[in-house]
Design a protein around this ligand. Structure first.
Ligand code: HEM
Length: 333
């Protein structure tokens, strides 16, 4: 009897061993194809095609960090390093070229009849403070942002790598923190000028007259802001909202259950809107400086020449006179 049991134990042992061998083999068969991920000859690209993602193991709770590679990340990198640069280059350089052509054709728009020597207040101190808070933070955000997109290609070859790296690190901190100043400026600007930026009948006339931009006629009717400025105002509101939302997604990554794909989308969106926004503001800067004689004073001292105001904002001048606002005589130089 003992012998029979000994035989049975031997047979059971052999069967168990056979079971282990048979069930251990199929690990390769469980893979979706003939690709063996552990084989030396397997190419990374083949693996990506089969598995869509290369994921490792980890011990920290953030399982996203286990993903080593995924093909969408490659598309994102391609967009960032190639497509975004083209979008930025075309929109920014294209706008500069258009402005240069416009300037050569039209020159600076002069005050019809010359300066009157009398001024009226166009923007008070608070309005100018809010404008310059927004403008300076925008310009610095724009330059530090462009360094993120183009710095490696354009600046690094001209600089000591260590200096470029230190400057870029500081630029990035500046970009992150200055976003708050920009948000404060844009929100105040929105509240301050919202009432004067709704469409009126005069805007239709202004648009029909081409804003008085053509040669020979400078008069197109406008209240405090003309139709072009109103369009700019709403584009600024729209673009700033897009920049703020996508910027905060990048500043506080993976909050609210956002995944890697959402972060990539936010980054692409932030970059594309930024390039278009910069191009738009370049046009605004041109009109506020080179493009129009007398315009800068509105945001400089706040006082503008009465003849300039009549040329560009005739209805506003009438409203101001009706409210009893008196023009001041400028002291002779
Ligand atoms: C840094 C260069 C800038 C310059 C030289 C500049 C210049 C000016 C000037 C002269 C005006 C007065 C125009 C008038 O009398 O109606 C103005 C108005 C205004 N600016 Fe700027 N600006 C700059 C940047 C910005 C930025 C970055 C923003 C917003 C992101 C902005 C938003 C506005 C808005 C909404 C107005 C009122 C409506 C208008 O004139 O379009 N500006 N700016």
């Amino acid at each position: 009897m003992a012998k029979v049991f000994a035989h049975l134990r031997t047979i059971a042992g052999a069967l168990a061993l056979a079971f282990v061998v048979v069930t251990a083999q199929p690990s390769a068969a469980q893979q979706p194809s003939s690709v063996n991920p552990t084989a030396d000859a397997v190419k990374e690209q083949q693996l990506l095609q089969k598995f869509k993602m290369i994921q490792g193991l980890g011990t920290i709770p953030d399982t996203k960090s286990y993903v080593l590679e995924h093909p969408a990340g490659r598309e994102w990198r391609e967009f960032r390093t190639v497509t975004l640069k083209w979008i930025g280059g075309i929109s920014i350089l294209g706008m500069l070229a258009l402005l240069a052509i416009f300037y050569l054709w039209r020159g600076s728009i002069k005050i019809e009849g010359g300066r009157s020597g009398r001024t009226i207040l166009r923007f008070n101190g608070f309005e100018r403070f809010v404008h310059w808070l927004t403008a300076t933070s925008f310009v610095i955000l724009g330059l530090t942002g462009l360094n993120i997109s183009f710095g490696r290609r354009l600046l690094l070859p001209l600089m000591d790598p260590q200096a470029f790296s230190t400057a870029s690190e500081w630029a990035k901190y500046t970009h992150n923190y200055l976003s708050f100043a920009f948000i404060i400026g844009v929100v105040l600007m929105f509240l301050m000028w919202l009432g004067q930026n709704f469409p009126t009948a005069a805007d239709v006339e202004w648009l029909k007259a081409g804003g008085g931009m053509g040669k020979g006629h400078t008069n197109a009717p406008a209240h405090k802001f003309n139709a072009g400025q109103k369009i700019l105002f709403w584009l600024i509101v729209l673009a700033s909202t897009a920049m703020i939302i996508s910027g905060f997604m990048l500043l506080f990554p993976f909050y609210y259950g956002l995944g890697v794909g959402d972060m990539e989308l936010a980054e692409i969106f932030h970059g594309v809107v930024a390039m278009l926004f910069i191009a738009l503001i370049l046009a605004h800067i041109y009109l506020g400086t080179l493009g129009e004689e007398g315009a800068f004073e509105a945001m400089g001292t706040g006082d503008v020449d009465v003849n300039w105001a009549k040329d560009h904002y005739n209805l506003w001048v009438e409203e101001e006179s009706g409210r009893g606002a008196s023009a001041r005589t400028q002291p002779a130089e």
